[in-house]
Ligand binder design. Structure first.
Ligand SMILES: C[S@@+](CC[C@H](N)C(=O)[O-])C[C@H]1O[C@@H](n2cnc3c(N)ncnc32)[C@H](O)[C@@H]1O
Length: 208
């Protein structure tokens, strides 16, 4: 998948995204926001914020920034911020590549990627950037579906891999490979959504 195919996929999804992926993915979003425990005044970055479904879940006073590569997804997010009257807490909604962010180092207390790592062209670059913009000693939270260890389900997911470009994510994505390749250490892994088919990873950002 390259950035143009990601943009094309989410241009198609934007109008129906909330109906298709709103309620199904919401337990994971709620869990992350609760687990973050962000305090008023702290700065949280959501990479791949999409249509901003998670933004109203944060406690008031937490300073939120959302970025996404898809203009159409962000248009929906901006309308939500206005409609829900949370503009005071949302510092910025910006069109930006999460693999090459223009934020300075250590800009955020916590950095979150919900249902994003298997959609980006290069998750190594994504994680490197998430670490860079997160303060040392801060927290990274990642929610994603990883390929099942069940041979039958995992086999089906592997067979679906060729359609990744069209649907906008990789169904054959393994958690152990992801952690080893990025060097992330998960302090906690929780199962969420539909029978625990998705995982929430809490990865503290090591202090320098
Ligand atoms: C499955 S959606 C998740 C949206 C949202 N986080 C949620 O909870 O529903 C994945 C999002 O990641 C975005 N994305 C993919 N690659 C990206 C990149 N390199 N930089 C920024 N956003 C990206 C897509 O445009 C899409 O909006």
């Amino acid at each position: 998948m390259n950035i143009e195919s990601v943009k094309a996929a989410y241009r198609r999804w934007a109008r129906i995204y909330d109906v298709v992926f709103g309620p199904i993915f919401h337990p994971g979003r709620r869990h992350v926001v609760e687990a973050l425990g962000a305090q008023p005044g702290e700065r949280v970055l959501e990479v791949g914020v999409g249509t901003g479904l998670s933004l109203p879940l944060y406690p008031r006073g937490v300073k939120l920034t959302g970025i996404d590569i898809s203009r159409e997804m962000l248009d929906v997010a901006e309308r939500r911020v206005e409609r829900d009257g949370i503009g005071e807490d949302v510092e910025a909604i910006r069109e930006m590549d999460a693999e090459a962010m223009d934020f300075p180092d250590d800009a955020f207390d916590r950095v979150v990627a919900m249902y994003v790592v298997s959609t980006v062209p290069d998750y190594h670059r994504l994680v490197r950037e998430m670490r860079r913009v997160c303060k040392p000693g801060g927290d990274l939270y990642i929610v994603n579906h990883f390929q099942s260890e069940n041979p039958v389900i995992g086999g089906i997911e592997g067979a679906l891999a060729p359609i990744a470009k069209f649907v906008g994510f990789h169904p054959d994505f393994r958690m152990d490979h992801f952690l080893t390749e990025t060097g992330l250490e998960a302090a906690e892994v929780r199962s969420v959504n539909l029978g625990g088919y998705w995982k929430v990873l809490h990865c503290p950002n090591p202090a320098d």
